[in-house]
Ligand binder design. Structure first.
Ligand SMILES: [Zn+2]
Length: 233
């Protein structure tokens, strides 16, 4: 007994109709046949439209045969395109999972290796005097100061004396080896004290290896200015 689900009934009827069309209208002289291009256009339609061309095709066995072949090509192409879209989505989904997973892993390892604040001892007061720091423009349009400054590799309660004429307000601070790759990022508020613009931030340099670094300052939306700093143990 054949299965009588609606889809299967429809497919069986469709098959009967198709077989009938393929058999009943031989048209060996191909009278009134519209040609392959018209058949291809019909095959590319999302659904049949009742017009003269379609009327002909459903009453001409050779045209209908050609139409079914072309329709099969179109279906294969659409299926291929669909599979490519699905595969692309799967790849993008995989990347998103990797990014989120990587972020969680990084967060967890950061959480694990972060000792409790009381184990690390107090912040050491230190100052960075940038009042007469001469700076030069780098290739990227950013500014790098020439004169090196020295800081200890400790947890620092850092007082930065900003270059003369600096505005008070919010500043972003970066600690970095290479421009665009900050190792630490903090922000703080600068205020004018006795005519000097002073920025106080806590900067934990206790895990940085001694050597040459840059400290970057910017008052958004201004561009970064970088100053050379030598870190000593
Ligand atoms: Zn025909």
């Amino acid at each position: 007994m054949p299965d009588d689900s609606a889809d299967e009934v429809f497919e069986r009827l469709q098959d009967i109709v198709q077989q009938a069309i393929l058999r009943e209208f031989p048209n060996p002289e191909r009278k009134g046949c519209p040609g392959t291009e018209v058949l291809r256009e019909l095959a590319n339609r999302p659904r049949p439209t009742r017009d003269a061309a379609w009327e002909h095709v459903t009453h001409c066995s050779p045209c209908y045969r050609e139409f079914l072949d072309l329709r099969e090509q179109v279906k294969r192409r659409l299926e291929l395109e669909h599979r490519q879209v699905v595969r692309r989505r799967a790849v993008l989904g995989g990347i998103a999972v990797a990014i989120v997973g990587g972020g969680i892993a990084a967060y967890e390892s950061f959480e694990r290796r972060e000792p409790a604040p009381e184990e690390l001892g107090p912040y050491l007061p230190a100052s960075l005097d940038l009042r007469d720091a001469s700076s030069t423009r780098s290739a990227g349009g950013q500014t790098v100061a020439a004169k090196p400054h020295v800081l200890p590799a400790k947890r620092l309660d850092l007082t930065i004396l900003l270059p003369i004429g600096s505005e008070p307000g919010r500043y972003d601070i970066q600690w970095l080896k290479d421009i665009d790759k900050p190792l630490l990022s903090v922000s703080g508020n600068a205020s004018v004290e006795n005519g000097v613009t002073v920025l106080r931030v806590k900067l934990d340099l206790s895990r940085e290896t001694p050597g040459n670094y840059l400290i970057g300052l910017r008052q958004p939306p201004s561009d970064w200015t970088f100053y050379q700093v030598t870190l000593r143990s």
